[in-house]
Design a protein around this ligand. Structure first.
Ligand code: SF4
Ligand code: SF4
Length: 142
């Protein structure tokens, strides 16, 4: 699966764009996080690797901005279990285990659409990396 960040304008919010694309292309689109109100918003979604290009094109055709966010990678050698990142994570993707090691749940992580832990880590143990299966021509979020 590839993660996509979809940005909807105020005009696009009332339109059933995502469901129309699911029906038209018969591709499952998994909504991971949605921050949308009447003024517009963002949806972080996952689509199958093989459907990536056509789904990106379909959203762009409807005027939706699409980027491929980076994911995070943790260098466990550098991490000294300070815990600074744990409380900051907005989706509880980071936890401290009984042996004091820090675990990241990459399924929950918002990647470069968030990056709070990347900036907060005093050991610089967390970095953003491009999605291996992401089509870079579709646009990677910095
Ligand atoms: S990038 Fe954000 S969502 Fe992901 S683990 Fe770090 S703080 Fe949590
Ligand atoms: S902020 Fe960095 S050093 Fe501290 S627990 Fe998180 S990853 Fe480890």
């Amino acid at each position: 699966m590839v993660r996509l960040l979809l940005r909807f304008s105020e005009e696009q919010v009332p339109q059933p764009i995502t469901s129309e694309i699911i029906l038209e292309y018969k591709v499952p689109i998994v909504i991971l996080v949605a921050h949308v109100n009447s003024k517009g918003g963002e949806i972080l979604a996952e689509v199958p690797d093989e459907a990536q290009q056509k789904i990106v094109k379909a959203f762009r055709k409807k005027g939706v901005s699409v980027t491929i966010p980076k994911l995070i990678e943790v260098d466990t050698e550098k991490c000294f279990s300070c815990g600074s990142c744990v409380a900051l994570c907005p989706v509880e993707a980071i936890s401290i285990e009984k042996d004091s090691t820090v675990e990241f749940d990459k399924e929950k992580c918002l990647g470069s659409t968030c990056s709070i832990c990347v900036d907060a880590c005093p050991a610089r143990a967390i970095k953003s990396v491009k999605q291996a299966n992401g089509d870079q021509s579709a646009g990677v979020k910095k």
